[in-house]
Design a protein around this ligand. Structure first.
Ligand code: TYM
Length: 333
């Protein structure tokens, strides 16, 4: 496989440069990207072409793409171990998406729940790109022959579609794509909104206490933890039927790396107020280095732009090789 690090499994993942990065993005995706960098041959992508499926202000989109680059480095993405680039720098993403579009049945695409969800939230701009979004996502992954895709649970259905189109293409035209598998964390794969524990934490939710953002001030974190919706029962225990508390406890579990039994023992006989204060403290301490790294990177003018350009130059030959093969197999060259 072109450019592959010998003996290492290749992983690919992407993140949209819209809104601010929250705990869901971090725990579902970024944290596992960072922690498994040593293990894999990693390619990470800032998917700005996906972002324009909803209307974006051009100048803001451009700025956000670089800010997200800085955020990912601040979280610990290491350019010696991983490649990081902006999607639109590599034309083959859109080009392969077209070939895949022509090989995805309407019925399969129509089943995508994210499209239904996003179009119901945004009824004034239900565009063809939003419908086709999963084909572009499949192209992202398949271009790089990735065998693993570290994502949160909400991307699982898109991964199934990617696997289906790749399998069908290989069968009908000849071997071209590696069939990828999702890599979904055991805890943190679906972080719920703090104000709406029945729905996942999302960038587009409106409530001011909905999400904890990685750049939130300590005061904002304390306020959001305090206001987080729980229930009228007592006892700080892991019980999935108590959705609000369970969500907070899972967040606490990930950041403290303590066992569930130890956490329940720590808060035995204590109330929500006590637990929420402890959670806020852990979050403030854990997110502080990210905030500090981010502020430092923001001061290093031109650095992020250069890193992202180098990332694109490094992975472009892989994308070109796969696209060329797909083109030949379907008879376009
Ligand atoms: P995006 O930008 O919405 O989210 C980036 C990553 O964060 C995860 N995530 C969550 N995980 C746990 N709990 C949550 N509440 C939560 N919210 C978001 C997402 O699962 C994702 O891993 N379609 C993708 C971007 C994409 C992509 C790709 C991903 C485009 N091409 C190729 C992987 C491979 C998306 O919109 O992610």
């Amino acid at each position: 496989m072109t450019g592959k690090i010998a003996g290492k499994r290749r992983v690919f993942s992407g993140i949209q440069p819209t809104g601010d990065i929250h705990l869901g993005n971090y725990l579902g995706a970024i944290k596992q990207w960072v922690e498994s960098q040593e293990l894999y041959d990693n390619i990470f992508c800032i998917v700005n072409s996906h972002a324009i499926t909803t209307r974006q202000d051009p100048a803001t989109l451009r700025a956000k793409s670089y800010e997200l680059g800085a955020m990912l480095l601040a979280c610990g993405i290491d350019m010696d171990k991983s490649s990081l680039f902006i999607q639109s720098e590599i034309d083959e993403h859109a080009a392969l998406a077209w070939i895949l579009d022509c090989n995805i049945p309407m019925g399969d695409m129509s089943r995508m729940t994210q499209f239904k969800d996003k179009s119901s939230k945004n009824p004034k701009n239900i565009n063809v790109g939003l419908f086709n979004y999963p084909a572009l996502m499949a192209a992202d992954i398949l271009l790089y022959q990735a065998s693993g895709v570290p994502v949160g649970e909400d991307q699982k259905q898109h991964l199934e579609l990617t696997r289906d189109v790749a399998t069908r293409f290989n069968r009908d035209f000849g071997e071209c794509f590696t069939i990828p598998e999702p890599i979904i964390p055991k805890i943190g794969a679906r972080v719920m909104g703090l104000d709406t524990p029945e729905s996942k934490m999302s960038k587009s939710a409106k409530g001011e206490n909905h999400a904890i953002f990685l750049l939130d001030s300590p005061e904002a974190i304390v306020r959001k933890c305090k206001k987080a919706v729980t229930d009228s029962q007592s006892g700080i225990i892991f019980d999935e039927s108590r959705a609000g508390l369970y969500n907070l406890l899972c967040i606490y579990e990930i950041f403290t790396q303590q066992s569930r039994a130890a956490i329940e023992a720590e808060f035995a006989g204590k109330g929500y107020g006590h637990f929420k204060a402890a959670l806020a403290e852990v979050l403030i301490d854990s997110l502080r280095p990210i905030r500090e790294n981010y502020a430092r990177l923001q001061r290093e003018g031109g650095y992020i732009e250069r890193i992202l350009q180098e990332g694109a130059d490094k992975v472009r030959p892989i994308a070109k090789a796969t696209y060329q093969r797909a083109k030949e197999l379907v008879g376009l060259v």
